[in-house]
Design a protein around this ligand. Sequence first.
Ligand SMILES: *Cc1c(COP(=O)(O)O)cnc(C)c1O
Length: 359
Amino acid sequence: MSKLNFFSGPAVLPDSVMQQAADAIHNFDNTGLSILEISHRSKQFVKVMDEARALVKELMGLDANYEVLFLHGGALSQFHMVPMNLLNANETASYFDTGTWAHGALTEAKLFGNVHIACSSKDKNYTYIPREYNIATGNKYLHLTSNNTIYGTQINTPYLNQIIDTDTPIVCDMSSDIFSRQLNYNKFALIYAGAQKNAGAAGTTMVILNKDILGTAKRPIPKMLDYSRHIGADSMLNTPSVFAVYVSYLTLKWIKEQGVANLQAANQRKADKLYAAIDGSSLYKGTVEKDSRSQMNVCFLLNDETLNDKFNAYAEQHDVLGLKGHRSVGGFRASIYNAMPESGVDTLIEVMKEFERMA
Ligand SMILES: *Cc1c(COP(=O)(O)O)cnc(C)c1O
C-alpha cells in the first residue's frame, strides 16, 4: 500500500493479511468457492473458527478453563452482555470511568445492577488514568478499559499489572490494544475487543472468558446474549461473520509470526519516537499526562490551531491519512497499532517536521 493509514478503526492491516483475504474471496482454501459464499458449517470454515479460537488462547497463554468466542454486535454489545451475564440486580460492579467507551460501559451496566465508580478522570476531560481507585464492598467484578482510543490514554503495563493483582474478577475492554503487549492474561476473568482496531476487520468481536465466572445470573437471558450458549455451540450459535472471522484468523497468524514480545518492543519504539518528536517541537503538543500516554493512539494539538486544516491537507498530500482527532476531542490522533510499521511512523515524523519548518 502506498498510503499510510493512521485511522483509529477500522484500521491498518498487514499487507499479507489483505492479500490472503483477497485471494480467499476468489478461491478459499482450494475449494473453488469464495469465502463469501461458503457454508459456515463446511469443514474448511469450522477449521478456521477452531484455529482462530485456539490461536487467541495460545497468544495469551491461557489456561484450559478459558473460552474464546467470536460474536456479533461490536464491543458495544459487550457493554450490556457483561452485566447481563455477570451482575444480578442486587449486586454491585466497579468501573473505571476513563473515557467515552468506559463511560458507555458503566451506563449500560446500570440497566442490570448497581454500579460503583472506582475512579474517574472526567474532571480533566479524560486526559489521564487516575492513580487511585476503590472497589465496592462485595464487588462482583472490576471493569477496565485498558486503552482509551478517543483520548489517547492507556493503563501502562506496570500499573495494569498492579491493578490485576487482586481476587476481584477483572473485566477488560481491550478493543484498541489487544495483542499489543504481554500480560498475565490468566488474571483476567473476561476480555473483549472489537476486531477492527488491532485484530482484524470490522464485523466480529472477540470475547475471552474464564468459564468459572458464569452460572450466577438469576435473570432469564436471551439465547443470543448468553455466553454459556455461545460456548456450548463452539461460537457458532448462529451464522458467524464468516469473512470477518477469517480476517481475524489471518491477523492472529500474522501476530504469531511476529511474536507478541516483538510487537510490544516495536510498539514501544514507535510510540517513544513519536512522542519525542511532539515534545521536541514548538508547533505540536501532546494532550495526555505522560505516564498515561497510549502506545496505540497518539493525540496531539497544534499550538497554532489556525493551521489545523493546512496541516491535515499537507499530511494527506504526503499520503499520511487518518490523523484527524475524534470529533469529541478535536486536534489530531495518530493510531499506530501493531500493523503500522516503524517506517510508517518515521514517515509521519518526517512529514510533521517538514510542515513545522514551513509553517
Ligand atoms: C472502538 C471502541 C469501542 C466500540 O467498538 P464497536 O466495535 O464499534 O462497538 C469500544 N471500546 C473501545 C475501547 C474502542 O476503542
